[in-house]
Design a protein around this ligand. Sequence first.
Ligand SMILES: [Zn+2]
Length: 189
Amino acid sequence: MSLMEEILQTNEKFCANLPEEYKAYEHEDHHDSKLPKKHLAIVTCMDTRLVNFLEPCLGIKRGDAKIIKTVGNCLNGVFDTTVRSLLVCIYELGVKEIAIIGHHECGMAKTTSKSLTSGMLERGIAPDAIKMVEKELIEWTDSFQKPEENVMKVVSQLRENPLIPKDVKVHGLMFHPRSGRLELLDEQK
Ligand SMILES: [Zn+2]
């Protein structure tokens, strides 16, 4: 069985007998049900250890928050995909606070433009294609040294972003992917 077949089979069984705790939205289809109850958007990393762990550690339940995941919770410009998601959060979905949650042992700290480039070349990616993104690749990967520094960088980039209104609070936090401990780096009051 392929992985997709396995997932589809599991899904069919799960939905045929949806557990009570997941039935809150079963018959609901109005706009309000999409609004995050805590008026919160979280930008965090795609690390697998955070799956099904970050939310319970923070007391975030289904329907509470918007969660945007990117590698290393990075930001790449004033109108990158993360900012675009946040703009929808703010202007369409009532988000009033943004939490940037980095984590210890983040793989992005070890990822370099060199490691990515050599991986691509080994897999037969054309050097011309790599050349096309070279500058951005270096800027994005090689500037990521420490996850804490990256969180604070993203926090200040968002606070200074001209597209984000000043009444939206942007906080910086660090999460430990093994102990689940959360540390506040900077809270905007
Ligand atoms: Zn990470």
